[in-house]
Ligand binder design. Structure first.
Ligand code: AMP
Length: 223
C-alpha cells in the first residue's frame, strides 16, 4: 500500500507525473480539481456550490473540500494506494490530512516562478475547436492557426502576466506553509521540475525507492 500526496505550483506537471505513477503502481489518482469539475459539469448540488469560487480561480472553502476528500477516500477503491493531487492547498487542509490519514511521502515538484511564467504564458487555445497548444512544446505548423481546424489561436483570459502573478502570490502565501508542515514531519521529497517529464519521473522514483519505468525496446531498424 502506497499513499502519496503530490504538490507543486500550476504548470509543474503534477497531473502528468501523478498519472504515470498511478498507472504503473495501480494507485488511484485523486485530483480534487477534477472531482469539482465533474460536479460543475453535471450540475450537481455541490457543483452549484463551488462553481463561483472555481470560476473566480479561488479556493473552495476548507470544510467543503475536506468533506470531498474524506468521502472520496472513504470509497476505499484504492487497494494498492492513492496519489492525492491538488490537496492540501493550505495549512489547515494539511493539518486535517495529517490528523486523519497517514501518508508515506509528499512529492514536491519544485519549479521556479520564472519557469512557471515561461510555461504558462506560452499556452494557446484554439478559439474555434478548443485544442490546446504550447509554443514551447507543441507549436502549430502555421503560426497563430490551429493545425486541426485552422481556427485562430488565442491566450486564455486568465493566462495574463497580472493574473499569473496573483495566482503565484496566492500559491506561495497559502501552499508554502502546508509544505512546511509536511517538511517538519520529514515527509517531503523535492524534485527539480524544470527537467523533462521522463527525467522528473525517474527522479521521483529514485527518491521514493520505487522501480524505474521499463524502457520500451527500440524499433527494429533492420526491417
Ligand atoms: P486544480 O485543477 O487543482 O487547479 O483545481 C481547480 C479548482 O478546484 C481550484 O481553482 C479550486 O477552486 C478548486 N480546488 C481544487 N483543489 C482544492 C483544494 N485543495 N482546496 C480548495 N479548492 C480546491
Amino acid at each position: 500500500m502506497r499513499k502519496y500526496v503530490i504538490m507543486g505550483v500550476q504548470g509543474s506537471g503534477k497531473g502528468t507525473q501523478a498519472k504515470q505513477l498511478a498507472a504503473d503502481f495501480d494507485l488511484v489518482h485523486i485530483s480534487v480539481g477534477d472531482v469539482y469539475r465533474w460536479h460543475v459539469q453535471y450540475h450537481t448540488k455541490l457543483g452549484a456550490q463551488v462553481r463561483r469560487a472555481m470560476n473566480a480561480g479561488e479556493l473552495v472553502d476548507d470544510s467543503t473540500t475536506e468533506t470531498v476528500v474524506r468521502d472520496r477516500l472513504a470509497l476505499h477503491d484504492w487497494n494498492y494506494g492513492f496519489i492525492l493531487d491538488g490537496f492540501p492547498r493550505n495549512r489547515r487542509q494539511a493539518q486535517f490530512f495529517l490528523e486523519s490519514y497517514d501518508v508515506d511521502a509528499v512529492i514536491h515538484l519544485d519549479l521556479p516562478d520564472s519557469e512557471v511564467r515561461r510555461r504558462v504564458l506560452a499556452r494557446r487555445l484554439c478559439s474555434n475547436c478548443g485544442m490546446d497548444y504550447n509554443l514551447i512544446e507543441h507549436r502549430p505548423a502555421r503560426e497563430g492557426r490551429c493545425d486541426a481546424c485552422g481556427g485562430e489561436l488565442v491566450t486564455r483570459a486568465d493566462d495574463t502576466e497580472e493574473a499569473l502573478a496573483a495566482r503565484l502570490a496566492d500559491y506561495h502565501a497559502k501552499t508554502d506553509p502546508a509544505l512546511e508542515l509536511f517538511r517538519g514531519k520529514e515527509l517531503v521529497i523535492s524534485v527539480d521540475a524544470t527537467a523533462a517529464k521522463g527525467a522528473v519521473q525517474r527522479a521521483i522514483r529514485e527518491q521514493l525507492g520505487l522501480p524505474q519505468p521499463v524502457r520500451k525496446p527500440q524499433a527494429d531498424r533492420r526491417r
